[in-house]
Ligand binder design. Structure first.
Ligand SMILES: C[S@@+](CC[C@H](N)C(=O)[O-])C[C@H]1O[C@@H](n2cnc3c(N)ncnc32)[C@H](O)[C@@H]1O
Ligand code: SF4
Length: 621
């Protein structure tokens, strides 16, 4: 909470300002003005300093209209009211605010960035912050207030940038309404990264982004901005896709259309439905437990996400980590091969009739507790498991016959989960003649006996991906906690036989590289070959279950890690540029295929695996 002491640097100015008889106070050089008498009177009338207070002044004959949001609990009604303001389109500061309150972070930042750039276009928008010293308010929480009027603006870009910076500091330093306040901080930091970046003021930008990241470490946009700013300050090239995070949008991604949101439907452990993996595109389009499938598939958010694949913004995507962006394998609109997707893109009609690809990650239950994935073993309560299994039976029964590919279970362990087993039991040639399965598993329960319990899937499995993360027994048992190496290797021999017999057309082994295993990476490629695996997949460690400190200690792919040099030497070996190795190496000196070779390989793989995406489809929810 801000108090008068924290505002003491304004004292002289404040006293002078308040001493004036005028109702208007002169602006500070930080782009804001002190709360005026009307605002203070309104706050007194409300009885508490509201989280958001907007004063709308139409023409001078009318008395002002106030929009009040006391706490974030009132947001839905307040934001609708705000969105209904006729002049909102010309008030980009307030419009950005409305976008940010709806958690449309990318759009908010875009709005504010262009507000600075286009100055003095638009309507007069004044931010009021700080109490004059001679005014007293029982409850003052340091939240800015907004005045908008139909008068034309008369400010400039410098002043608007100062206003944005002050707003960022105010929300960072205030307290309460944290769920929303933190997202406001994120949006302001993203806008400021772009605005300062566009001026070449990267130190200013990084100072802001770093502090916002401390408050909201999972921000996909701020992580991308931070990475790009770091590269800039080190004098390195910023990848084309990240340029817009620290300045103008170069529209690089506009040439591509990612088909995943048009074709995928992923049920996550909480029931939230995603259209890509949660790490690459975390925004939900609805909840599987709550509504009919069609309402989710074509929700407003689902359609917006699809549109963002065509307008070049990719505004809901993790630009830093998306494998398809990193490898340069996103298709152009002409290269899209699914007719329904082509049609939707051509017509700009983003409603889809069916679900081609279903990713079933509805249950986190697992027999292991890998340290990279979780801190302890997770087994869902029996009641929740039964409820989920029932929902699977009721809701997927009609959908399954239309699904072409089922990806199961990227959130937990397939054979250790009731809802997953229920789904496997529902599959047979009669019910789903066109269905094929891509299985991801830790392999420790993948015995011949278990396989034989699900005869309906035999002949339908297109690929099996086993996560291993090791090429030796001690590393395996450390990183696949609760797993035992010898029976696991036995299971891999069984899978190797299924692959050799053609029962499984594609076998893939994966490896999440980190401190404990990175020296085993070359040996792992050899192990994969010895087991008839088609591909060895290498993926970077994400921070899912670690403290920030532990993650830093394990993430050898980060340039500041003490072993990063050794890691770079290992991944520069030619073996990592061979066609049987998939990886997400975005590091200097890494052995990798050219973008053309990677696209050619993807095309070949897609001939067997029509929905294959770059790298290896990590699905960490
Ligand atoms: C969560 S697991 C679920 C499927 C299955 N139980 C398995 O282990 O393959 C899905 C994938 O996430 C990977 N994974 C786990 N923790 C990770 C992390 N911190 N960063 C990146 N990938 C991770 C696993 O290795 C696996 O390939
Ligand atoms: S990575 Fe897979 S095997 Fe390991 S704990 Fe997570 S879900 Fe289980």
């Amino acid at each position: 909470m801000l108090d008068l002491l924290t505002l003491s640097h304004r004292t002289d100015h404040a006293i002078t300002a308040f001493a004036k008889a005028s109702a208007e106070f002169p602006p500070f050089d930080n782009g804001t003005q002190l709360l005026d008498r009307d605002t203070i009177a309104k706050i007194r009338e409300v009885g508490v300093h509201p989280f958001v207070l907007v004063c709308v002044q139409g023409d001078s004959n009318q008395s002002p209209h106030w929009l009040i949001c006391e706490t974030e609990n009132d947001l839905p009604k307040f934001v609708d009211e705000l969105a209904g303001l006729p002049m909102l389109g010309e008030c980009k500061l307030l419009r950005g605010f409305e976008r940010a309150l709806r958690l449309e972070t990318y759009e908010a930042a875009e709005c504010w960035f262009s507000w600075v750039k286009e100055a003095p276009l638009g309507r007069a928008e004044i931010v009021r912050l700080g109490l004059p010293l001679s005014a007293s308010l029982g409850s003052y929480y340091g939240y800015p207030t907004f005045d908008v009027s139909s008068a034309a603006a008369s400010d400039n870009g410098d002043r608007r940038l100062s206003t944005l910076s002050t707003l960022f500091e105010a929300y960072l330093g205030a307290d309460g309404n944290n769920a929303t306040r933190i997202r406001l901080v994120e949006a302001f930091a993203f806008a400021l990264s772009r605005a300062f970046g566009a001026r070449g003021e990267y130190h200013e930008a990084i100072w802001i982004v770093d502090r916002a990241l401390q408050l909201w470490p999972s921000s996909i946009h701020l992580k991308a901005a931070r990475h790009a700013l770091g590269l800039k300050l080190d004098g390195k090239m910023v990848p084309d896709r990240l340029v817009k995070f620290i300045g103008e949008d170069n529209l690089y991604l506009k040439q591509f259309v990612c088909p995943l949101p048009f074709e995928h439907f992923e049920i996550s452990p909480s029931g939230e439905v995603l259209v890509c993996c949660g790490h690459w595109l975390p925004t939900s389009i609805g909840n599987f437990m709550k509504g009919p499938i069609d309402g989710i598939l074509n929700s407003a958010k689902a359609q917006k996400i699809r549109e963002s694949m065509t307008d070049g913004s990719y505004k809901y995507c993790n630009h830093l980590d998306c494998g398809a962006m990193i490898q340069g394998t996103l298709p152009t609109a002409k290269e899209l091969d699914n007719p329904a997707t082509r049609q939707a893109v051509a017509d700009a009609d983003y409603r889809m009739k069916g679900v081609d690809f279903l990713t079933f990650g509805f249950d986190q239950t697992c027999n292991l507790s890998c340290p990279s994935c979780r801190t302890h073993r997770i087994v869902e309560k029996t009641s929740a498991s039964i409820e989920k299994a029932r929902a699977v039976e009721e809701k997927l029964v009609d959908l399954l016959p239309t699904v072409k590919v089922l990806h199961i279970n990227p959130a937990g362990e397939l054979f250790g989960s009731k809802p997953s087993r229920k789904l496997l039991e529902m599959i047979d040639n009669e019910r789903c003649p066109q269905l094929i399965l891509d299985i991801i598993s830790n392999g420790t329960l993948f015995t011949e006996e278990e396989w034989n319990k699900f005869p309906g899937i035999h002949g339908k499995v297109r690929s099996v991906r086993i996560s291993i993360d090791a090429a030796s027994k001690p590393t395996f048992e450390k990183l696949r906690r609760l797993g035992r190496h010898e029976p696991f290797v036995e299971n891999m021999r069984f899978l190797s036989r299924l692959r050799a017999a053609g029962t499984i057309p594609q076998l893939k082994f994966s490896f999440t590289y980190q401190l404990e295993n990175f020296r085993e990476m070359p040996e792992f490629v050899e192990f994969c070959a010895s087991m008839n695996a088609d591909f060895a997949i290498f993926e970077r460690l994400q921070n899912i279950a670690f403290t920030a400190k532990d993650y830093r200690a394990k993430a050898v792919h980060h340039p500041e890690h003490p072993q990063h040099g050794e890691f770079l030497r290992i991944i520069s070996k030619p073996i990592f540029a061979t066609p049987r190795v998939w990886h997400d190496f975005d590091y200097q000196g890494a052995a990798k295929m050219t973008s053309d070779q990677a696209r050619e390989r993807l095309a070949k793989t897609q001939a067997v695996m029509p929905n294959a995406v770059a790298v290896g489809e990590v699905r960490v929810s």
